[in-house]
Design a protein around this ligand. Structure first.
Ligand SMILES: [Zn+2]
Length: 197
């Protein structure tokens, strides 16, 4: 007889300490890191995210899972999008942004760690991105579009910053009551999903 067991996936939400502190660099891409990558890809899928950073699953390491939808590949304008979008979903290790464009754009963002809220964030339109893949390949490329926005959002997580920290005072005041509610509920409100398998 087989017993089904419940697998619980948790994403830490606004107010959790792990979301506020800088994550540490990964020295070795070993079996532990590869297992974290597999678990993060699964968690991202369960919550239908386009990106997930280590701290969001309680792991204070510089690791990010990305899954920009395939439809964006047809709109790719930068070498980074052309190179990386066909490789989604993917995991990057010790990602860095080493250059930003002066040109900026504003778009609505959401975050699995700030459930059910969305707000417009202004960010540089293009970034020069560098990271290791989970296989240890060094990638460096110019990225635009949703990929550039997603990278900036996820890399912020590695430095303890959330997109709500980047809102204008006006935009912040719109969502502030809901943020306060999230904060009050604290860990009880961590975003959880149980999957039977
Ligand atoms: Zn986020």
């Amino acid at each position: 007889m087989f017993f089904k067991h419940k697998q619980r996936y948790t994403v830490y939400t606004y107010g959790a300490e792990v979301l506020k502190k800088p994550a540490s660099f990964i020295d070795d891409i070993d079996d532990d890191v590869r297992q974290i990558a597999v678990d993060m890809l699964q968690t991202m899928k369960v919550f239908s995210g386009v990106g997930l950073a280590g701290p969001q699953v309680g792991i204070s390491k510089r690791i990010v899972a990305l899954d920009i939808p395939a439809e964006y590949a047809s709109k790719a304008t930068t070498p980074g999008e052309v190179m990386l979008l066909p490789r989604m979903p993917m995991v990057v290790i010790n990602p860095e942004i080493i250059g930003y464009s002066d040109e900026k754009s504003t778009a609505e963002e959401g975050c699995l760690s700030v459930p059910e809220l969305f707000a417009p964030v202004e960010r540089p339109m293009f970034v020069q991105f560098r990271a290791l893949t989970i296989d240890g390949e060094l990638i460096e490329c110019e990225c635009g579009g949703l990929l550039a926005r997603c990278l900036q959002h996820e890399l912020d997580h590695l430095d303890g910053t959330l997109y709500v920290d980047r809102l204008t005072p006006e935009e912040y005041s719109v969502i502030e009551p809901k943020l306060k509610r999230l904060l009050k509920n604290g860990r009880k409100n961590d975003f959880k999903k149980d999957i039977m398998k």
